[in-house]
Ligand binder design. Structure first.
Ligand code: GDP
Ligand code: IMO
Ligand code: MG
Length: 429
């Protein structure tokens, strides 16, 4: 049984928590896209772990964790993450595999990311400044340096030379900043290759064997559907396919091996960075949700924009991912709110629209059409059965299921691993 777990909104839905919860029943956990723009939180017995590139399954002993070919990896940041895990008593040895094909983030990618953002006020995306976009540009432009290249001095030197010719020209003449020294970068990145050598392998035969042996594989998405390069609120997106298709292209596992696709969604909506967000609450109520939900980025510490649950996004996400189930998180945060709103459609210049618009001007003009449902006062954080939920909570969840057309498979009522419960037989076909 192989399950993709991905973000159904704009990221930070609680994917790390859900992956950690499901990892108990899995043999392998695979990250398939993104890089250290991701920040996945797992809380176990009050201890908080933040993962960026390493799959959230790493916190379970005996699980294999794979960094797939679809990621872009900053080797320095990966070494720091491994050090952080080690310091916290987490083993990262033969349980971690990094695909040889994975592209590498270099310092010029990070610098260009920051410079691009500071140069264009109007076109600012609000990136995490980790160099993600520029690294994927090189990958698609076929000039990227891959993990396997860090193990081959000749190729690394040649590729660096070729890349730096152009990058340094742009840095000097367009941005008017200091260029990079080829020899310094060569030495540094060859050094990272040496340090990471034990992890860099051909992950495709390993994953194929796991599929043939019918082992349970979890695919851990980063970011979310609305940040996907093809399906998101372009250009206010990340540079990879965070949707379910990315699980195949970013790991080398064929689509026929995927059995279920779980969309993780908050019981409300958040977003970090720029770009339209129709159900956003830019008022005191939004600030209250931010405070109650502790909505600050794991990676950058930025406050997250907060708003009501958007069923237009939910339906769209169900469609482009082929969702087979939902994992609804942060339901506990909504306790004590008298009336809850769910965005069921957009009013775009007088026209009622139920399909997510591609035109950013239309999306920016979209006024949410709300359905109001009754809230509940009860604290949900100790509940561990669906039947124990207050009646109005059940009604709210039923609305989400009805409006998205997807059944809820998992509920999360707090950040702890234990504050999670399953509503269906997740590991059964
Ligand atoms: P990810 O990027 O999708 O893995 O999500 P993040 O880790 O960036 O953000 C989710 C935040 O919500 C983290 O601080 C989690 O500890 C927290 N969290 C996850 N599920 C719940 C939940 O059900 N209730 C509450 N209160 N917090 C949660
Ligand atoms: P996880 O995996 C939320 C957002 C950034 C910015 C846009 C592009 O923790 O859910 P990038 O650095 O990728 O070029 O930034 O995407 N973004 C995220 N927002 N959660 C994430 O990851 C994100 N990763 C990127 O804020 O708007
Ligand atoms: Mg996150």
């Amino acid at each position: 049984m192989n399950i993709v777990v991905l973000g159904a909104q704009w990221g930070d839905e609680g994917k790390g928590k859900i992956i950690d919860f499901l990892a108990e029943g899995a043999a392998v956990v695979v990250r398939y896209q993104g890089g250290n723009n991701a920040g996945h939180t797992v809380v176990i017995d009050g201890k908080k772990f933040a993962l960026r590139m390493v799959p959230s399954g790493i916190l379970h002993k005996g699980k294999k964790c794979v960094i797939g070919n679809g990621l872009v990896i900053d080797p320095k940041a990966l070494l720091e993450e491994l050090k952080y895990l080690k310091k916290n008593g987490i083993y990262t040895g033969s349980n971690l595999l990094v695909s040889e094909n994975t592209n590498v983030i270099l310092p010029y990618h990070k610098l260009l990311d920051t410079l691009n953002e500071s140069k264009s006020k109007k076109g600012k995306i609000g990136t995490t400044s980790r160099g993600i976009g520029p690294a994927y540009m090189d990958k698609m432009g076929r000039t990227g340096i891959r993990m396997v290249d860090l193990l081959n001095a000749r190729v690394l030197k040649e590729k660096l030379e070729r890349n730096l010719q152009f990058k340094n020209y742009v840095l000097k003449n367009y941005y008017r900043v200091k260029p990079f020294n080829k020899n310094v970068l060569f030495k540094e990145y060859l050094g990272y290759g040496k340090k990471l050598k034990r992890y860099i392998v051909n992950t495709f035969p390993f994953l194929y064997e796991q599929v043939l042996l019918d082992k349970n594989i979890l695919f851990e998405g980063a970011q979310g559907t609305m940040l996907d390069i093809d399906f998101g609120t372009y250009p206010f997106v990340t540079s990879s396919n965070s949707t379910s298709g990315g699980a195949c292209t970013g790991s080398g596992v064929g689509p026929n091996a995927i059995n279920k696709i779980i969309g993780v969604t908050k019981a409300y909506t958040t977003r970090v960075g720029e770009g339209p967000f129709p159900s956003e609450l830019s008022d005191d109520f939004g600030a209250m949700l931010r405070k109650k939900g502790n909505e600050y980025g794991v990676n950058t510490g930025r406050p997250r924009r907060c708003g009501w649950f958007d069923a237009v996004v939910g339906r769209y996400s169900a469609m482009v991912n082929g969702l087979t189930g939902l994992a609804v998180t942060k339901l506990d945060v909504l306790s004590g709110i008298k009336e809850l709103k769910i965005c069921v459609a957009y009013n775009i210049n007088g026209k009622i629209v139920k399909d997510f618009p591609a035109d950013m001007d239309n999306l920016a003009a979209a006024k949410p059409v709300y359905k109001t449902v009754k809230g509940w006062d009860e604290d949900l954080t100790r509940i561990n059965k669906y039947s124990e939920l207050p009646g109005n909570t059940k009604k709210y969840l039923k609305e989400i299921e009805k409006l998205t057309g997807v059944n809820i498979s998992i509920l999360s009522i707090g950040p702890e691993r234990s504050q999670t419960f399953i509503l269906d037989k997740i590991w059964k076909r």
